[in-house]
Design a protein around this ligand. Structure first.
Ligand SMILES: Nc1nc2c(ncn2[C@@H]2O[C@H](COP(=O)(O)OP(=O)(O)OP(=O)(O)O)[C@@H](O)[C@H]2O)c(=O)[nH]1
Ligand SMILES: O=C([O-])CC(=O)C(=O)O
Ligand SMILES: [Mn+2]
Length: 594
């Protein structure tokens, strides 16, 4: 990075770490901020930032009686989701980024970004945000520093990560951190790029203030950079929720599940058991709702942490009926982005049974003709401890042991409600072959089926061929790997309605999985995996016609032949980097279907 005139003396910096001082100094030289603020994460600092944003209109205070300490942020209308076409992985060799990523050479990317950053913070304050992804004392955690000119980003990073003084202390001890540079620039979509330099452990983001584009601890660090780091260090960084299921005997089993963006991770992580289950004593505990870092423990099991400290969740569709835990945690201390508001200044989104929006997400008077009041990708940011189902095990330094890994997508046809992989290699195939209909979480067409291996298509920081190989490598002597399953809550009938009730009732499917892990539930063997028979699932109290359940559990052979063929073609796209065991597994299943 080019360092020109440097306005701030480095002896004034609150750190002794030379590498950090030099980097901050060179960024300030390039971006020319008016002031530099090192974030300590304190309440006083946060209060000052909130006041500042209320004064500039970056935040709007919501109803203090119904939503104490809650704020609304309206983003630029052209800046409402992740931008996958402007997101690049800049490895020295293009093949290392793989066909799954957009690639730019590090030299070209640096030249482009340096030109955009030159003087971009003139008149602005540059915030230096040290953060830790994961419990601060966890050996699985990793640290980063985000430099940003957006106070909104600082306030969100404070909720989403362990940010401030303790993180800085760890960074100084380890002298190893991910360097994230972010500027909202002028929010011009033509001058917007999200660049990743995995070999340098660096991220550079310009021109967006939104979610995964700007809160660099989240998708950029905890998935793209971390997945690369994880491969080198023998662990996995995944787009997965982590949930604890406590049965009536008081035993808790942890499950990690990968679903693409806006496909139900937050909802499953905060599931409320159906009435009968609650009576019997079932409980559900939330460890994480979006990202999971895991590695084998000394006993051979996989242990997982949630690297995040908060939730950046989809607002529309969140209601007392679908996700009461999420709704309950949004009553205080939350930041809402791009939702509508009611006449008495309460946040509002589609799916809430009560309340009437008077302003839409752009601040216009609400008019149905303009579309929904809340943007379909409108979000809330809230601390994890606010969630009624939060478990203190989310702070366990060693992580929680996993009993099952679940893959899933949004598929209105073909894919059964649930099936179980025969073994780890088959499980990796099931994850790698995942496909889902696209959603509003990224810009672009919605509802198009695309392959989204392990829900990581937008997030793997390296070639998927190498990534599949890395997944396969966990199957080694002494490993006690979790069982792997695939679910689909989104099958539709000919009337276009969902066939499965979903939400809390998904516990019925999780119960079957955990019984399979314990060896006491039935299933039939099919070419695509083990599927429960209708009476292997507990459907007591459900209004689900037997014919619908049969439809949900059926294997359409002709449809699956076509699917396996498409999967084979998809793997072929990774050429010689496609692991041979995966290609063999695909061929074996294709053959057994014909
Ligand atoms: N039909 C049906 N819809 C669901 C179910 N679970 C979640 N949804 C809907 O799917 C949408 C997204 O759900 P989330 O739980 O926020 O998705 P997510 O995977 O956490 O999304 P990201 O934060 O983008 O990664 C919401 O509109 C939910 O209401 C389910 O079991 N059945
Ligand atoms: O990253 C974001 O903007 C939100 C998110 O969780 C996703 O899209 O998966
Ligand atoms: Mn996500």
């Amino acid at each position: 990075m080019r360092a020109s005139h440097f306005p701030f003396p480095s002896h004034a910096m609150p750190t002794q770490l030379a590498a950090l001082k030099q980097w901050v100094e060179s960024v300030a030289g390039l971006t020319q901020p008016q002031a530099i603020h090192w974030c300590d994460g304190s309440d006083a600092e946060n209060a000052k930032l909130i006041d500042l944003m209320l004064a500039t209109g970056d935040l709007i205070k919501l109803n203090e009686k119904t939503h104490p300490n809650c704020y609304l942020h309206r983003s630029s209308p052209s800046d409402v989701a992740r931008v996958e076409h402007l997101t690049f992985v800049c490895t020295s060799k293009e093949v290392d980024a793989g066909p799954n990523n957009h690639w730019m050479s590090p030299a070209d990317a640096h030249a482009k970004m340096d030109a955009l950053y030159a003087g971009c913070m003139r008149g602005r304050t540059m915030y230096v945000v040290p953060y830790c992804m994961g419990p601060i004392d966890s050996p699985l955690a990793r640290c980063g520093v985000e430099i940003t000119d957006s106070p909104y980003v600082v306030a969100n990073m404070r909720i989403m990560t362990r940010m401030g003084a303790p993180a800085l202390a760890r960074i100084e001890r380890e002298a190893n951190f991910v360097r994230g540079l972010h500027s909202i620039g002028d929010l011009n979509p033509d001058r917007r790029f999200i660049m990743h330099f995995p070999e340098e452990l660096a991220i550079q983001s310009f021109g967006s203030g939104y979610g995964g584009n700007a809160l660099l601890g989240k998708k950029c660090h905890a998935l793209r950079i971390a997945s690369y780091q994880a491969r080198n260090e023998g662990w996995l960084a995944e787009h997965m929720l982590i949930v604890g299921i406590e049965n009536p005997k008081g035993e808790t089993h942890y499950v990690a599940a990968a679903f693409p963006s806006a496909c139900g991770k937050t909802n499953l992580a905060m599931l409320i058991p159906p009435e009968g289950y609650r009576r019997d004593g079932w409980k559900v505990w939330t460890v994480g709702d979006d990202i999971c870092w895991m590695r084998p423990g000394s006993d051979g099991r996989l242990y997982a942490i949630n690297p995040e400290a908060g939730y950046f969740g989809v607002a529309p569709g969140t209601s007392a009926k679908t996700n009461p835990n999420a709704l309950a945690m949004l009553n205080k201390d939350a930041i809402f982005t791009n939702v509508g508001v009611t006449a008495d200044n309460q946040p509002w989104w589609e799916g809430l049974p009560e309340g009437v929006p008077v302003k839409d997400w752009q601040g216009r008077d609400y008019d149905k003709a303009n579309g929904p009041a809340a943007h379909p990708n409108s979000r809330f940011t809230v601390s994890a401890v606010n969630c009624p189902s939060y478990t203190a095990h989310a702070e366990d330094a060693q992580g929680v042991p996993l009993s099952a890994i679940v893959f899933g997508g949004r598929r209105e046809s073909l894919v059964p409600l649930v099936f179980e992989a025969r073994d780890w290699t088959h499980g990796v195939l099931v994850g790698a072959a995942m496909a889902s209909e696209t959603t509003a979480a990224a810009t672009g067409a919605v509802g198009v089926v695309r392959r989204d291996s392990m829900a990581m298509k937008p997030f793997a920081g390296y070639n998927f061929g190498d990534y599949f190989n890395h997944w396969l490598s966990f199957d080694k002597p002494g490993a006690k790997l979790p069982k792997v399953f695939h679910v689909n809550w989104f099958r539709k009938g000919s009337d276009g309605k969902f066939l499965w009730p979903g939400f809390g009732d998904n516990l019925r499917v999780l119960e079957w999985m955990l019984k399979r892990v314990g060896g006491d539930a039935g299933a039939v063997e099919t070419p695509i995996g083990h599927i429960p028979k209708a009476d292997d699932l507990n459907t007591a109290g459900l209004d689900l016609p037997a014919a619908v359940l049969d439809q949900l559990l059926a294997v359409d052979r002709a449809g699956w032949q076509a699917e396996m063929q498409a999967i084979g073609e998809y793997f072929a796209g990774y050429g010689e980097r496609t692991p041979a065991p995966l290609a063999a597994e695909q061929q074996r299943i294709a053959a057994s279907l014909s």
